[in-house]
Design a protein around this ligand. Structure first.
Ligand code: FES
Ligand code: FE2
Length: 359
C-alpha cells in the first residue's frame, strides 16, 4: 500500500499513481474501506404513511438491498431489505403496506424493522434476538436531500456541518426536484478521476471557455473543509449572485456558484436558481455513472450565469476525464505533482482517500 501514499505537504507531494485509477483490486478495497461506511444518497422516502420503497444503495457498486419505510405517524426508517431468516428480499415493490412480510416463509416485521412473527420457529431457543430484526441504518436529510450510511465513518452532523455553516441560510426546504432537468451520464473513467477534475478550477480557462466568461477566474478559490472542500465561483458583473445575508462572511463578494465536494463522492453545487446534486458512482474499475439531480427554488434564474449550460460543461469535462483515464493507464505514466495554488482540493481528497485505503 506504500505506493499509494501521498505526502501531506502540498508543495512537495506527488499525485496518486496511475494504478490507483482502476488497477487490480482497487475498487474492491474501496468498497470495503470507503463506500461501506460513507454517507451516500438515498431516494426520497415515500410521502404517504404506511408505504415502503425498496432500492439498492449505490447500485452497480455496493448493491446493498435497503427499504425506506414511512410508518403510520410519518416516521421514516431506512432498513435492510434482507430477511433475517435465510436472506430473501423482504419488500419487492413500492407500495402501501402496514408491515413487511417475507413471501418465502412468512416472517413479518413492522415498519421499524422489529420482528413481529416468525411462523415455524416455535421451540427455537433464545429466539427472537435483536439480530432477528431488520437492521436500521443511519439517515440524515437536508430539505428533500436524503442520505444514509451503512457503517458510519462519521455522524451526519459532522459530515454536513461545515457545508451548512456556509449555505444553511438558504431555503433547502423549498427546493423542488426537477425530474426533467435531471440526467445520468456514463463516463469511461475511474470515479476518482472524475472527482479530481471537479476539484480544480485550473482547467476552466482552457477547457470551459463559456464558463470562464461567466466566472471571474482570477478570483476562483478553493477552501478545504473537514469532510470535503469548497470551490467558490465569483461571477462577473451582472450575473445572478447568491443572496448572502449581511452577517455572512461571503456577503458582498459576487458569488454565483459554490461547489462543495462531500467525501467521498457527493458533489453539491449551489447556484442562485437552486442545487445540482451530482452523485459520482463507480460501476466498474474504469466506468462511472454520474447522476445530476436538479432541485430548484428560483426557476426564473435557471440558465443564467455560472449555473447555466451544465450539460455542455459536463461534455467538456467528460472528454478530458476519459482521455486522462487512457493516459494514466499508460505504462510510461508514473505520478504527477500538484499545482500549489490550484490543486489544494485534489491533494486534500487524495490524503483523505489514502488514509482510508492504505491503513
Ligand atoms: S427467508 Fe424470509 S421467512 Fe424465510
Ligand atoms: Fe470542468
Amino acid at each position: 500500500m506504500e505506493r499509494f501514499k501521498v505526502n501531506k505537504r502540498l508543495a512537495i507531494a506527488e499525485t496518486l499513481p496511475g494504478s490507483a485509477y482502476g488497477g487490480p483490486g482497487v475498487l474492491e478495497r474501496e468498497i470495503e474501506r470507503i463506500f461501506s461506511s460513507a454517507w451516500l444518497p438515498l431516494p426520497a422516502p415515500p410521502n404517504e404513511c404506511e408505504t415502503v420503497l425498496p432500492f439498492e444503495l449505490l447500485p452497480g457498486c455496493l448493491n446493498e438491498p435497503l427499504v425506506m419505510t414511512r410508518d403510520a405517524v410519518g416516521d421514516v426508517r431506512c432498513l435492510s431489505n434482507v430477511c433475517t431468516h435465510r436472506g430473501m428480499l423482504v419488500a419487492c415493490e413500492t407500495g402501501s403496506m402496514k408491515r413487511l412480510r417475507c413471501i418465502y416463509h412468512g416472517r413479518r416485521f413492522d415498519l421499524h424493522g422489529h420482528l413481529e412473527a416468525a411462523p415455524g420457529f416455535e421451540g427455537a431457543d433464545n429466539f427472537p434476538r435483536t439480530e432477528d430484526d431488520l437492521t436500521s441504518i443511519s439517515v440524515g436529510s437536508i430539505g428533500p436531500l436524503w442520505f444514509g450510511n451503512l457503517g458510519l465513518d462519521c455522524d451526519f452532523q459532522e459530515w454536513v456541518s461545515s457545508v451548512m455553516a456556509i449555505v444553511g441560510f438558504l431555503p433547502f426546504e423549498e427546493l423542488i426536484f426537477d425530474a426533467e432537468g435531471s440526467q445520468t451520464y456514463t463516463v469511461e473513467a475511474n470515479w476518482k478521476l472524475y472527482i479530481d477534475n471537479y476539484l480544480e478550477g485550473f482547467h476552466i480557462p482552457t477547457v470551459h471557455k463559456s464558463l470562464a466568461a461567466a466566472l471571474d477566474v482570477s478570483d476562483y478559490r478553493v477552501e478545504n473543509l473537514p469532510q470535503g472542500s469548497l470551490q467558490v465561483g465569483v461571477v462577473s458583473h451582472g450575473q445572478p449572485e447568491l443572496p448572502f445575508p449581511d452577517s455572512h462572511p461571503m456577503h458582498g463578494q459576487s458569488i454565483g456558484a459554490l461547489y462543495f465536494h462531500m467525501f467521498p463522492n457527493t458533489l453539491m453545487n449551489v447556484y442562485p436558481w437552486g442545487v445540482s446534486m451530482n452523485h459520482v458512482n463507480p460501476i466498474a474499475d474504469q466506468r462511472t455513472q454520474v447522476h445530476f439531480h436538479k432541485y430548484v427554488w428560483r426557476p426564473d434564474l435557471l440558465d443564467q450565469g455560472a449555473g447555466a449550460g451544465l450539460d455542455r460543461v459536463e461534455m467538456e469535462d467528460e472528454a478530458v476525464v476519459e482521455a486522462t483515464q487512457k493516459g494514466v493507464r499508460g505504462r510510461l505514466y508514473k505520478r504527477g505533482r500538484y499545482a500549489p495554488s490550484h490543486e489544494a482540493g485534489v491533494h486534500h481528497f487524495h490524503l483523505w482517500w489514502t488514509e482510508r485505503f492504505c491503513d
